[in-house]
Design a protein around this ligand. Structure first.
Ligand code: GLA
Length: 730
């Protein structure tokens, strides 16, 4: 009897010690078509990220992963937490740091539950609840998996019911963990005005590399949040394992890439916590912005194609819709125009054959007229001297000429030389009692203030109400935030950077509720604000004020890794002074526009533009909605080459550009095409041929097999600096 009891006790102890923890362990798999993000809950309820990469064939195999990787020991305290907290076990860079209502700074987040729902076809949302065992503090981690696109969006919500407010000192959106690789190569971007998207690739060394912005508004001026991490060695277009990622936030961001002592890479991304401690009241929820990422084991090309499809389908306003070609007057006139000059430009738009005329900066302000960039922002009434009959007459002229009419605004900003500044000094972000610092002679309005939000909404609403046929808006944002201080926020100054962006989104939400599809361009002195949170409200963005086509080939190339052609507005201007054909061919690889004096074009240049616009009309769908293949990079070749194939596979366009003007440079070998059907035949013909010139590439029929295995020499040279080919299935 006694022996039996002993045996039962031993069996129970065995179960408690060994079996229960095993049973309590859990694997959470977030699957997309080719990839899996695998999370693991251990017997202590710690949630960790054990894998992100191509799916394993057997789900069972995910349970074996943890044993194989180099894990931290109790002595290092390192573990691959899915949302790393600070003040308890973790001593490396945290995703979240808080000060509890009682002043305590420790946080431990343990797994409580998980649920997965299909929110629409092919999109599943996983919600994981984590709770602190000591404080009434909880975090939900959300993972939105877009199955077909292999994209995941991750974010968190933070809430507590402590007695008093909790300070969020750091509150990242996501915390990824990549392990089991000998090396990680970071490709990131830097820049300035007219120098956007300069890439740098570097092998990550131990410690933390931070990508961040603290500029407030125009936050991407020096650096955008998008980046790539290649595993083992730098990925190429078609080879290598690579992660692409970025934050959906139009303000200060911060991404920490920490190569830890175990040679694993921790990536933490979110709102920049610099000067931004956030006071979270009891039972209120703080929602972090989404962090998107995608993984490809077949190089950068696949990653960006997945991203393009995802963006067009879900992230860009009217991403599947049409786009307008346009003529902009900025470089044609700057601030120097009047009604008759603009009416002439409208007639010129028609002559050129574009869909729309876009009136840029300089149309507003009376007491403080907008004749240069040092006055009038905030005074959004029509300048009576330049335009005595208002905007309405221009809209009418446009209508008569069968073109649309669009207008430039910069509604978040104020010039010290304006009535708005005099009337509402309390609406302006500035330190009372300190010298004002200006960026482009202007200051930023305090969008954390609901009255300012109403004002900004009204700027747009009034334009559309007074001119219902207004067809397009270019929304600019030229200044950073100096002297960050909000009269409205009182003692919550550290909320300003966050509340500013949330205020901006509230305004844009209202605009879109009332004007769901009116096209709007997202501009910020060029590409100072481009991200997938803003693009939800915009149909396209302005990549850079630098429109020199050589520069643009490089920039547009880099943007194309992250954003589809339909979102990238490219204008033909006089920058660079290259032949009009070269400038137009470069602009045609995205959303085409012009910013030239049509009157000054010679007959052949005009003829060329008109026929190129017609070609674009015919091929626009393929360029804007097709699948993009980057064939030959401008970085290490004389000739840059890329192509688009439409979804039926019937038609493709190949763009080829000379990027090196040194003696003897050009394309001397064929360039292999991609994305065609090997067994089909295609007619290859040169288009956008300048009047009275003969094509350099003869029209011929080739098999897809030939075009993809041997390719075509586009015969780009110093004499033919760009060649555009149309490829049609026959
Ligand atoms: C910014 C924009 C330009 C133009 C000017 C007008 O610099 O990027 O395209 O609109 O403002 O002032």
């Amino acid at each position: 009897m006694k022996k039996n009891r002993q045996f039962v006790i031993i069996v129970i102890l065995f179960f408690i010690t060994y079996v229960t923890p095993i049973v309590a362990q859990q694997h959470i798999l977030i699957n997309t078509k080719s990839n899996t993000l695998a999370l693991h809950v251990n017997s202590s309820k710690e949630l960790s990220t054990i894998y992100y990469g191509n799916n394993l064939n057997s789900e069972q195999d995910y349970t074996l992963i943890s044993n194989e990787y180099n894990q931290g020991t109790d002595y290092t305290g390192i573990y691959n937490a899915t949302y790393t907290s600070s003040g308890s076990k973790n001593l490396l860079e945290p995703a979240i740091t808080v000060t509890h209502a009682d002043g305590n700074t420790s946080l431990d987040l343990l797994f409580v539950s998980k649920s997965t729902t299909e929110i629409s076809k092919g999109i599943t949302q996983t919600d994981i609840l984590l709770k602190d065992p000591v404080y009434p503090f909880e975090v939900h981690l959300f993972f939105l998996a877009y199955f077909e696109n292999d994209v995941i969006e991750q974010w968190s919500t933070i809430k507590h019911s402590e007695k008093g407010s909790v300070i969020l000192n750091k509150y990242a959106s996501a915390n990824l963990y990549l392990q089991g690789h000998k090396a990680f190569w970071l490709n990131h971007y830097h820049g300035d005005w007219a120098k956007e998207m300069r890439s740098e690739e570097t092998k990550l060394t131990h410690g933390i590399k931070v990508l961040d912005s603290k500029l407030g508004a125009r936050a991407n001026l020096f650096q955008p949040s998008v980046f790539m991490v290649s595993l083992e060695k730098p990925a190429t277009e078609d080879e290598g394992e690579v992660l692409f990622a970025g934050l959906e936030w139009s303000g200060n961001f911060r991404t920490d890439l920490e190569l830890d002592p175990l040679n694993n890479l921790r990536i933490i991304s979110g709102i920049n916590n610099a000067a931004s401690n956030y006071k979270l009241q009891k039972n209120k929820t703080f929602t972090t912005p989404k962090f998107w990422y995608t993984f490809s084991s077949k190089g950068k090309g696949l990653a960006s194609r997945n991203l393009h499809d995802w963006a067009r389908q879900y992230k860009i306003l009217d991403g599947k819709g049409p786009r307008y070609t346009l003529l902009n007057n900025w470089e044609a006139t700057y601030f120097d125009f009047d009604e008759s000059k603009l009416k002439q430009l409208i007639v010129d738009s028609k002559k050129l054959g574009v869909d729309l005329f876009l009136l840029d900066d300089g149309w507003f302000g009376n007491e403080y007229p907008r004749n240069s960039d040092n006055a009038a922002l905030g005074d959004w009434e029509v300048n009576k001297k330049k335009l005595p009959n208002g905007i309405g007459t221009l809209v009418k002229t446009a209508k008569k000429n069968n073109v649309g009419f669009g207008i430039w605004i910069e509604p978040e900003m104020v010039s010290p030389e304006s009535n708005l500044y005099k009337k509402h000094p309390d609406w302006v972000i500035k330190q009372l009692g300190r010298k004002e610092h200006y960026f482009r002679n202007q200051l930023v309005l305090d969008l954390s203030n609901p009255n300012v939000q109403d004002f900004v909404f009204d700027v747009v609403d009034q334009l559309f109400t007074e001119n219902p046929e207004l067809a397009y808006i270019k929304w600019d944002c030229n200044a950073v935030i100096y002297n960050a201080y909000s009269k409205y926020l009182g003692e919550n100054q550290s909320h300003l950077y966050v509340d500013y962006v949330q205020g901006l989104y509230k305004v844009l939400e209202r605009i879109r509720a009332k004007y769901p599809k009116k096209p709007m361009m997202l501009c910020s002195g060029g590409g100072g604000r481009v991200d997938y949170a803003a693009l939800k409200y915009f149909t396209e963005f302005w990549p850079s004020d630098n429109t020199d086509p050589i520069e643009r080939i490089f920039m547009q190339w880099e943007y194309s890794y992250f954003y589809p052609a339909i979102a990238t507005a490219n204008h033909v201007t006089d920058w660079g002074k290259q032949p009009i054909k070269f400038r137009t061919d470069v602009a045609m690889m995205g959303k085409l526009g012009f910013d030239i004096v049509v009157e000054e074009l010679n007959a052949n240049d005009l003829l060329f533009c008109q026929s190129a616009i017609k070609n674009y009309g015919a091929l626009g769908n393929t360029i804007l909605h097709g699948t993009q293949y980057r064939l030959q990079s401008p970085e290490d070749n004389d000739v840059a080459s890329l192509m688009y194939v439409n979804h039926t596979g019937n038609e493709a366009v190949m763009f080829n550009y000379l990027v090196n003007n040194r003696y003897g440079s050009g394309s001397f070998n064929p360039i292999k095409m991609k994305g065609l059907a090997a067994g089909q035949n295609y007619k290859v013909e040169e288009i956008n041929v300048y009047p009275n010139k003969t094509p350099v590439v003869n029209t011929k029929i080739y098999s897809g097999d030939f075009l993809m295995k041997i390719g075509i020499n586009p015969r780009v040279s110093l004499y033919h600096t760009s060649v555009v080919l149309r490829i049609t299935k026959i």
